[in-house]
Ligand binder design. Structure first.
Ligand SMILES: NC(=O)c1ccc[n+]([C@@H]2O[C@H](COP(=O)([O-])OP(=O)(O)OC[C@H]3O[C@@H](n4cnc5c(N)ncnc54)[C@H](OP(=O)(O)O)[C@@H]3O)[C@@H](O)[C@H]2O)c1
Length: 313
């Protein structure tokens, strides 16, 4: 079978499409024929060597975290799935390996695929959908009538965060690039700000939650946009940020919380329900597996609306 690997850290040119043996699977795992895999910024941070502490430095390594596919075989202890089921799921974020014809995955890391979306759309759900759920429901605890600012609202996490925040009854201000202005308004954001035309650090409104998905807004800048007991959520869990947020949160009413994605079986099932209930899954481009380098090269330049996806089968 085909599998994408890399043998050194670097840019997208380190990615190689190779022939490998089909993986074996244990009694708690499913063997899945992969249909599509989504592209996440985490992928190039890992193969670029920025996450060595978590990923380790032994090679070869694999790429691709979240996927859609069809169950080919099940381990003897698997109870929730059978061969032929269409599923979504995710692998260890620092080890990856979904960019392959077949993968072995724990039953608990898989959910049934939403019915009313394509395999390409379904592959775009797990990492960014779980991140959006964790941010809106657990870190920012967004509720009715709250004012929420989402900086980077047309990216992978942003599209879902806008939708889920609105479902929780919040009023959403979406900060986007020029390409995303019409899109964010179409998805129902209450206010849309083009970050190339307006500096959000100077707007007068104050928010219950400020969510930065762009990695460009510091807590110092975000504080000025926050109501007295508001929450700022950022997405880069660097040791320095974790320590300074911990100290800040001991003394200040304005909290700084940092996303460290914790995938759960229930979270995946919630995503499937949300998608069956109308959650928008926005795809930018799709690529064949043979164009994996171009796919990552382009995606890492940004300006993607929603997600880009690699079609495996
Ligand atoms: N810690 C964790 O566990 C975890 C889990 C998942 C994701 N993440 C991180 O969370 C971040 C968001 O993920 P994602 O998948 O949504 O990434 P993404 O698709 O690349 O989205 C980032 C968004 O930020 C926007 N942006 C860029 N510059 C901006 C600026 N100056 N002001 C406002 N917006 C700006 C981009 O818009 P344009 O491209 O149009 O400029 C893009 O829409 C990434 O850094 C990812 O690595 C962390």
């Amino acid at each position: 079978m085909r599998k994408v690997i890399y043998k050194q850290f670097g840019d997208a040119n380190v990615l190689e499409l190779t022939e490998q043996a089909t993986p074996s699977f244990d009694k708690n795992q499913l063997l899945i024929r992969v249909k599509a895999v989504s592209i996440n910024p985490l992928d190039w941070k890992v193969y670029g060597g920025e996450m060595k502490l978590m990923s380790g430095s032994t090679f070869p390594k694999s790429v691709g975290i979240d996927f859609s596919g069809i169950v080919e075989q099940t381990g003897s202890a698997v109870t929730r799935f059978k061969p032929g089921d269409a599923v979504i799921g995710l692998l260890d974020v620092f080890k990856g390996g979904a960019l392959a014809d077949y993968i072995a995955v724990k039953e608990t890391d898989v959910a049934l695929k939403p019915v009313n979306c394509s395999f390409e759309q379904a592959a775009a759900l797990p990492v960014t959908g779980l991140s959006a759920l964790q941010i809106i429901d657990q870190l920012a605890t967004v509720g009715p009538n709250q004012d929420v600012l989402i900086n980077g609202a047309t990216g992978g996490v942003g599209v879902f965060a806008v939708h889920i925040a609105q479902k929780r009854g919040a009023s959403v201000t979406a900060v986007v690039g020029p390409k995303g202005v019409a899109e964010a308004a179409k998805w129902g954001a209450d206010t849309v700000i083009d970050y190339t035309k307006q500096d959000i650090r100077r707007i007068a409104q104050r928010f219950d939650a400020v969510i930065d998905l762009s990695t460009k807004l510091s807590f110092t800048d975000a504080r000025k946009l926050m109501k007295p007991r508001a929450v700022f959520v950022s997405t880069l869990p660097s040791p320095l940020a974790l320590v300074s947020s911990f100290i800040n949160n001991l003394f200040s009413g304005k909290k700084h919380k940092i996303l460290i994605l914790k995938p759960t079986t229930d979270g995946l099932a919630t995503l499937t329900r949300l998608a069956d209930d109308g959650l928008q899954i926005v795809l930018d481009k799709t690529y064949p597996l043979t164009n994996v380098r171009d796919a990552y090269q382009e995606a890492s330049q940004g300006k993607i609306i929603g997600k880009s996806v690699i079609v495996v089968d």
